[in-house]
Design a protein around this ligand. Structure first.
Ligand SMILES: [Zn+2]
Length: 266
């Protein structure tokens, strides 16, 4: 596993000037234009504390995220894999909402099976598998057929319609199997009360670490979701965990823009 710390910050024209002055020689002739910056550091690499100190002094807002990458061997050796949409999928995903009678009208969180997924507008010419932000997945017919043939467990395949009621030629893969609560620690997440749904109080968590479960292998099906809900209102979701064979089918259909991490059993 390789860990990188990513510092993201935004500078306005005044901030750019102050940053240039503060960096002095370290700026190495680099022009800091107003804009959004992302600087990557290997874990414990020199320079990270210094940059944070400068950003603090200049009172520039920044965020720190940890990015983990894995060798193929590490992924293949895991019992289950945590998957999430990659950056492209997040950017291009169609807008969709959930129609559910008993769910929270603000964030869509419900106690039972989530309601029908209604895609707003056209679904762009998307790949065979689209992992939607918010813990849902759209698959084209050929993928759905392979999933059924393989007898994939823990999910339902449902038709999808648009706002005019027309059936789309994709299926929603709806996870129906919930995992036991995460083991915390070692699982770490941040909770912000003001990010949770103001109506039902769900969500408000941001995942910081990998997922750790104190559970037997039998607790996992091919498709699973976390008990815990994450995200910032109104977008609240459960994290998705899939088996090796489920992931292989997705990969065979060219699903590349997926963030994938091993799930760890403790
Ligand atoms: Zn809610």
């Amino acid at each position: 596993m390789k860990i990188e710390v990513v510092v993201s910050f935004q500078v306005d024209p005044g901030g750019a000037e102050r940053l240039r002055a503060a960096l002095g020689d370290q700026a190495a002739g680099r022009e800091f234009e107003p804009g959004i910056y992302e600087v990557r550091f290997a874990r414990r690499e020199a320079g990270l504390p210094e940059l944070i100190e400068i950003l603090e002094q200049l009172r520039l807002d920044y965020s720190l995220t940890e990015e983990r990458s894995f060798r193929r061997r590490e992924l293949e050796g895991a019992l289950a894999l945590h998957i999430a949409p990659g950056p492209e999928a997040t950017r291009k995903s169609p807008r969709a909402h959930v129609e559910e009678e008993e769910a929270c009208p603000v964030c869509g969180a419900g106690t039972g099976l989530p309601g029908e997924l209604v895609v707003e507008g056209e679904i762009p010419d998307h790949p065979a598998v689209t992992v939607l932000p918010g813990g849902r997945m759209l698959v084209r017919e050929e993928v759905a057929r392979d999933l059924v043939a393989a007898g994939i467990t823990g999910c339902l395949l449902r038709t999808v319609r648009d706002a005019w009621g027309r059936r789309k030629d994709v299926f929603e893969l709806l996870p129906v199997h919930m995992l036991p609560p995460l083991q915390t620690p070692p699982t770490r997440f941040q909770f912000r009360e003001d990010f949770s749904c103001p109506n039902c109080r769900e969500g408000g968590r941001r995942l910081v670490s990998m997922l750790y479960y104190d559970a037997a292998e039998e607790a996992f099906m091919d498709v699973n979701v976390s008990t815990e809900r994450f995200g910032r209102s109104p977008r609240i979701w459960r994290e998705m965990v899939v088996s090796q064979r489920m992931f292989r089918i997705l990969a065979e259909h060219g699903a590349e823009d997926i963030q994938v991490e091993p799930v760890i059993l403790v």
